[in-house]
Design a protein around this ligand. Structure first.
Ligand code: SF4
Ligand code: SF4
Ligand code: SF4
Ligand code: FES
Length: 928
């Protein structure tokens, strides 16, 4: 067996608590009832030959290679589909079985190309292994009969090939697509000798419904489905366990490497966030790391209108240090700051905020979570006492009712979406609250019970209406509330939501959602068993983002849906380490572990370890840094892994702020839009080039391990360390594990975390400390972190951004599966094939009124700016609403978005912009 692959037990484990004792080839073993004979044998160390079985899929019993003999039973049953029974005596290696298995293999091999030595899967092929395992020495049928040896190849997918001549029609790919991914793109068409694998309606893989998750490729036991990189580079030589650097699911991967070249990324079966699954980004879109656009040398220039000049690390770092010190001497200590990256590791983020607090001497540090999930941090801290989601991903398998609010998991969090779909296919119910008909609303074998297609900007009105039904129809879990929550606050909240103005009937004209639908959804959530809420940026990126997070927490507490598996409040966090960057003290008012900078005990702890006095006043948030730059009081900014000029709202303001500074440092992989305004560019290291940890949406800390040396010479933590040293502050970590040790010494929820423990356990969900030495999968189980859960009155305040006669449509934005954020990485991979441009979705009615046809270029104008893109006419959006993605810089959609933001956290209101859309007759720039 290929040592780089996870061990395969043939069939999934049984969850039964009853133990059954059986004898296999004379060895006694106890296994859970329901375990297959094949798995029991594997656990006893006996490998039974197999082809159609693999432990990530339900047993199918088609290849007949895994036959066994069982005392007292006639025939030779397939071990993969036969469950163990108490006292069973099983024989796996009799002469009869050997002969039968050889016969089966002979048939397979007689219709298989004999090109093992030149086959890309040579050494990693289960058919080859099984031919050896059954002792195949001859093929009596010869190779001249009818066969499939000239069956065509499908090379359409950019990442993998389908070579039908090698297919043994074991249907592992079909089952992987059904069971693991849930897309159901593959079938076995035809019968008997004519059977073959078909994608959708016998289309090419690229044209089919396939979403390129790679589950079929991983499941295929032959070279039929093979990664193109394996064909090009050859079989890998070593494997490094690491974590995907794209989204907040945090999938665990084996980076399989040849020399210093990644051959493929294989999702890790023991990865607790992904359980062996992946999406197209983590699985295939890692080629950006070696893209020729990577900048591998530091760059400097005096002024931003000058061309870049290459520099040594010493010169670039020296320039930063001298400029920042000059600026601080000239304009004051608070005239510089930094922004941490949610793409970088916890250790790197910790160092950047340490640089600001200990070396710059102020608290001017912020992070891109400001523009995505800062309302989650604030809202959940106020209600529950901690700034993070409550569950692990596994918990969804015990949910009876899922509520998905302002999130599009199949595109944004695809691997978790596959878990959700699996649970929904098992019968769990689904409520979707979203202005757009996301895929989950109706997808193969799944249909949401209710889709509350609300008007953008009316989330709080909807959550109040749901709460109204829960309170006025007697659906409150009174025992939970009495025992676990602050009662005076509950009473005020219950009185508030019970007011007639919050009823579904009264709010219908605000939200556009029929009252009966709201009532039915509320009843289902409150009474349907375990209710779990999952939400995304459609909740947070609003002027009432924090209010909505609190509203969600309120209804979860009111219904007792907190504190056990299957329930909870779960933000689906966008970036790979956005949870971690918040945990690590990236906000201007909080140290690592969410302790306010005015908290003397916390400050003294850091002062003691860092050896310098620390400021007790909160620093500037990102938007305030730009305001201060325009006022002339903020002059230097260190920006790690963040592209404001592309991703932040009100681009003109950002650009003006950046242009007003005297030293902007960009630390990144590519010269991005923000780097146009930078004076020093430090080349960053990709996740393949460094050690560290990421923390995913379920608070899971996972190791990132170095696969290749940093291409520019320094990993990001080393570069920041060099800047601190140049600024005169000694910093000498030899490895990121030492930074984690410092995090553990200073951060109460991390005191039990170390690299040694991460290596031992695989991953850890914080809090991990004396009370929870192996971490905390489900939070608030015995009591809320803040003691009692706190209900907060959530008054609906309409956003000031409203549709008007001049701007009659509401624009909202989101992501697509194949692309990631502003596309810096994904656009530098073959993923661009699926999304060459951002499109504006518009309802047929609105399109017709404006004379817009499908594919027309249209001009989207708001009161702040205008841009152009192509229209896609679809009823996914309701009349009055338009939608687009923001993955391509030339779309400039943030030129259109406004400067409204969340009242508590300044998180920008990306999700509601009043716009007009008209057919375009020229360039937007010319007329905006
Ligand atoms: S493509 Fe692979 S997994 Fe699918 S049926 Fe053929 S051999 Fe089996
Ligand atoms: S790549 Fe994924 S979606 Fe496509 S056919 Fe294979 S399993 Fe299905
Ligand atoms: S779901 Fe997210 S973490 Fe997992 S492979 Fe895809 S992008 Fe990576
Ligand atoms: S492995 Fe059991 S029948 Fe194929």
């Amino acid at each position: 067996m290929n040592a780089m692959l996870d061990r395969d037990f043939g069939t999934p484990p049984s969850t039964s608590e009853t133990r059954v004792s059986v004898e296999i080839d004379g060895m006694r073993i106890e296994v859970p009832a329901g375990t297959s004979v094949m798995r029991a044998a594997a656990e006893a160390g006996v490998s039974i030959p197999k082809l159609c079985a693999t432990d990530t899929l339900e047993a199918f019993g088609s290849c007949r290679l895994c036959l066994v003999e069982i005392d007292g039973r006639a025939g030779t049953p397939a071990s993969c589909t036969t469950p163990v029974a108490e006292g069973m005596r099983i024989h796996t290696q009799t002469n009869k079985l050997k002969s039968l298995r050889r016969g089966v293999m002979e048939l397979y091999i007689s219709d298989h190309p004999l090109d093992c030595l030149t086959c890309s899967a040579n050494g990693d092929c289960e058919l080859q292994d099984m031919a050896g395992a059954v002792g195949l020495r001859e093929v009596r049928y010869g190779f001249d009969g009818a066969n499939h040896l000239s069956a065509p190849k499908d090379e359409s997918n950019p990442y993998f090939t389908f070579d039908a001549s090698k297919c043994i029609v074991c249907s592992r790919c079909v089952r992987a697509c059904d069971e693991v991914q849930g897309t159901l793109a593959l079938t076995v068409s035809g019968r008997g000798f004519e059977s073959k694998i078909a994608a959708s309606a016998e289309e090419s893989f690229l044209d089919s419904e396939c979403v390129s998750c790679g589950a079929c490729v991983k499941a295929c036991p032959t070279a039929t489905l093979t990664e193109k990189t394996v064909i090009e580079i050859g079989q890998p030589e070593r494997s490094v366990l690491t974590t995907c650097a794209y989204c907040g699911v945090g999938c665990s991967f084996k980076a399989q490497v040849r020399g210093n070249e990644v051959v493929r990324m294989v999702p890790h079966d023991d990865g607790k966030a992904n359980r062996g699954h992946s999406c197209v980004k983590g699985r295939f879109a890692w080629g950006y790391a070696t893209h020729p656009d990577r900048v591998l040398t530091p760059l400097v220039r005096e002024r931003i209108d000058q061309p870049w000049r290459e520099a040594s690390w010493e010169e670039a770092v020296g320039r930063i240090a001298s400029e920042f010190r000059r600026i601080q001497t000239q304009y004051g200590k608070d005239s510089v700051g930094a922004v941490t990256s949610s793409r970088c590791t916890n250790e790197e983020t910790f160092l950047v905020q340490k640089m600001v607090r200990a070396v710059f001497g102020n608290n001017n540090v912020d992070t891109c979570a400001r523009v995505c999930h800062s309302p989650t941090g604030y809202g959940l801290k106020q209600t529950f006492g901690t700034s993070a989601g409550t569950q692990d991903f596994d918990s969804v398998m015990q949910a009876d009712v899922m509520v998905v609010i302002g999130a599009n998991p199949t595109d944004g969090h695809p691997v978790f979406a596959s878990r959700m779909k699996r649970r929904l296919r098992q019968g769990a119910k689904l409520i979707v609250i979203d202005p757009r008909r996301i895929d989950l609303v109706r997808t193969p074998h799944i249909e949401a019970s209710h889709h509350l297609q609300l008007r953008p900007g009316t989330n709080v009105a909807i959550i109040n209406a749901l709460a109204h039904v829960i309170v006025t129809e007697g659906l409150v879990n009174e025992a939970f509330v009495r025992e676990r929550c602050d009662l005076p606050e509950f009473s005020s909240w219950a009185q508030f939501v019970a007011e007639a103005r919050n009823s579904p009937e009264a709010t219908e004209s605000i939200t556009g959602v029929p009252a009966a639908t709201v009532r039915a959804a509320a009843r289902l959530y409150a009474t349907g068993g375990n209710g779990a809420i999952y939400y995304g940026l459609g909740v947070t990126e609003h002027s009432q983002g924090t209010t909505m997070v609190m509203g969600i927490a309120n209804v979860a507490m009111a219904t007792g849906n907190i504190g056990r598996p299957g329930v909870g409040v779960n933000p689906l966090r966008g970036q790979n380490n956005v949870q971690g960057s918040c945990d690590m003290g990236s906000f201007p008012h909080e140290f690592a572990g969410y302790r306010h900078v005015s908290d003397e005990a916390a400050r003294e702890l850091f002062e003691d370890i860092w050896g310098v006095p620390l400021a007790s006043e909160p620093g500037l948030r990102i938007p305030n840094m730009f305001d201060a730059a325009l006022d002339g009081s903020f002059k230097g900014m260190f920006i790690q892994g963040e592209d404001f000029a592309q991703s932040d709202p009100d681009t003109q303001h950002v650009v003006a702020g950046l242009s007003a500074m005297e030293c902007v440092v960009v630390h990144d992989l590519f010269l991005n839009e923000t780097a146009k305004y930078a004076h020093v560019f430090l080349p960053g290291a990709s996740f393949l080039e460094k050690d560290g940890t990421f923390t995913n949406a379920e608070r899971r800390i996972s190791r990132v391990r170095k696969v290749m040396p940093p291409r520019a010479g320094l990993a990001d933590w080393q570069a920041v360390m060099a800047v601190c040293q140049a600024l005169g502050y000694p910093m000498q970590y030899e490895h990121p594990s030492q930074i984690m040790d410092e995090i553990a010494r200073t951060t109460p929820s991390f005191t039990g975390v170390s690299y040694a423990k991460l290596n031992e356990l695989g991953s850890i969900q914080w809090p991990c400390n004396d009370k929870a030495p192996t971490g905390t999968p489900v939070m608030h189980s015995a009591g809320f972190v803040r003691g009692k859960g706190r209900f907060i009155v959530t008054e609906y305040v309409p956003t000031e951004e409203r549709s008007t006669a001049r701007f009659p449509l509401l624009l909202t934005t989101g992501r697509i599966l194949s692309q990631y954020n502003v596309g810096t990485q994904t656009r530098r991979t073959a993923n661009s094939q699926w999304h060459e441009q951002d499109l504006l979705e518009i309802h047929p009615h609105d399109a017709e009124q404006r004379g817009i046809r499908d594919g027309d270029r249209v001009r989207v104008a708001s009161r702040t700016g205008a841009t152009e893109l192509r229209a896609e006419i679809t009823d996914r959006v309701a009349p009055g609403v338009v939608y687009t993605t923001f993955h391509h810089p030339d779309t400039h959609i943030n030129v259109v978005t406004t400067d409204f933001s969340d009242w508590a956290t300044n998180c920008p209101e990306y999700k509601v912009t009043a716009v007009q859309v008209l057919p375009s007759n020229g360039t937007a720039a010319a007329r905006s």
